[in-house]
Design a protein around this ligand. Structure first.
Ligand SMILES: [Fe+2]
Length: 320
C-alpha cells in the first residue's frame, strides 16, 4: 500500500512538473512578444532631453510658417522625444501680431499634445500683450509681473528663461537691442545668490550677453554653467571669460532659427551625468530667404550646411 502511495505521489509530481514546464514556456513566449512590441513602440518623452528652438518669425501663409511646420514634424519624429521644449523668442514675424501667435500656437500645441512641456520667452519682434492674448496660461505662469520670466526644473539641470524685450509704443516698428529691466536683474541676482548647491543652471534669453550685460552676474554663480541665446539665427558655440587674471570661463551658445534666415533647425541638449551636450539639428541654410523653386542655391549655403553637419558642443557641469 505504501509503495502504491509513493508511486501515485510521484505520478502527481510528474504531472505537476509537466504542467509547470508548459506554463514556463507560455510565459517565456508572452515575454518575447511583449519585448518585441515594446521595441516597436516609440519611447515616452525623455526628461534628460531638452529641445531648444528660437526665432520662429511666423509669417502666415509664407515660408516661415511652413518651415515651423517642418521643424515641429522633425521634433515629433525624434525617438525618444524630448520632455522639454524651450523657445528663445521672436515667435512673431516682425511686430508681434495676434494672428502670428495663434499660428505659432497651432504648431506648438502639437508638441504639447505629444507630452512635451513648452516654455516660451520674448524676442525683439514680440509684443507681450498680444502674446498673452493667445498664450494666457503661459503669461499667468511668469515669475514676474511685467516680464515673461520662467524657471524650468529638470532632474539634472535647471533653466532660467529671461525676457530681454524692450518694447516701444509704435506698433509698426521694433527696438533691436535687448535689455533686462531693473526688477528682472534684481530677481536674477537673488535667484543666483540663493543657488548654493551644485545642480547645474543654464540661463537663456533672446539677446546675446553683450546686450543684456549680465556676464559678471552669471559668472559669479559657480553652478551657472552656460548661457544660451538666439537673435543671430546661427549656430555659434563659444566661451566667455571676464579677464586674463584667472581661468574662469563660461560656455555660451547661439542657436539657429526654425525658418526665417540663416542656420535653419533646432538644438537638442542631452543632459548627462557630468556634462550636457548640445547637438545641432540643421535642416538647411539660406540667406536672406530660400532659393526660389527650380533655382539652384548658392554654393556657399551648401558649404555652411556641410561645415555644420553633426556639430555639437559640451557644457561641463564643473565650470573651468
Ligand atoms: Fe530673430
Amino acid at each position: 500500500m505504501e509503495s502504491v502511495a509513493v508511486l501515485g505521489a510521484l505520478g502527481v509530481a510528474e504531472e505537476v512538473s509537466g504542467a509547470e514546464r508548459a506554463g514556463r514556456r507560455v510565459e517565456a513566449a508572452v515575454r518575447q512578444v511583449l519585448k518585441k512590441k515594446k521595441a516597436k513602440e516609440p519611447a515616452g518623452p525623455d526628461e534628460n532631453l531638452v529641445c531648444i528652438i528660437s526665432d520662429l518669425h511666423v509669417r502666415i501663409g509664407r515660408y516661415q510658417e511652413a518651415q515651423l511646420v517642418r521643424t515641429v514634424d522633425d521634433i515629433l519624429a525624434l525617438n525618444p522625444l524630448p520632455k522639454y521644449v524651450l523657445c528663445l523668442g521672436d515667435i512673431a514675424f516682425l511686430t508681434g501680431k495676434v494672428e502670428e501667435y495663434a499660428a505659432a500656437k497651432v504648431q506648438l500645441d502639437r508638441l504639447a499634445a505629444a507630452g512635451m512641456q513648452v516654455t516660451l520667452t520674448m524676442g525683439n519682434h514680440d509684443r507681450r500683450a498680444n502674446f498673452a492674448e493667445v498664450f494666457p496660461e503661459a503669461a499667468a505662469q511668469s515669475l514676474l509681473q511685467d516680464r515673461f520670466v520662467y524657471k524650468v526644473e529638470t532632474p539634472r539641470a535647471d533653466f532660467i528663461l529671461l525676457d530681454s524685450l524692450q518694447e516701444g509704443n509704435d506698433t509698426k516698428t521694433w527696438i533691436t537691442p535687448g535689455a533686462l529691466n531693473e526688477e528682472q536683474v534684481q530677481w536674477l541676482t537673488a535667484e543666483l545668490s540663493g543657488r548654493t548647491g551644485s545642480k547645474p543652471l543654464f540661463v537663456m534669453a533672446h539677446h546675446p550677453l553683450e546686450e543684456i550685460k549680465i556676464e559678471k552676474l552669471l559668472m559669479s554663480c559657480p553652478s551657472c554653467i552656460g548661457f544660451i541665446y538666439g537673435h543671430k539665427h546661427n549656430w555659434d558655440p563659444g566661451w566667455k571669460h571676464l579677464n586674463f587674471k584667472d581661468r574662469t570661463m563660461m560656455r555660451i551658445l547661439c542657436v539657429p532659427s526654425t525658418g526665417h534666415w540663416g542656420d535653419i533647425g533646432f538644438v537638442l541638449l542631452r543632459l548627462g551625468n557630468d556634462r550636457a551636450t548640445a547637438e545641432l539639428r540643421e535642416r538647411e541654410f539660406f540667406f536672406p530667404k530660400p532659393a526660389p523653386e527650380g533655382e539652384p542655391k548658392p554654393a556657399v549655403w551648401t558649404e555652411i550646411e556641410n561645415e555644420n553637419r553633426d556639430a555639437c558642443c559640451t557644457f561641463p557641469y564643473q565650470r573651468p
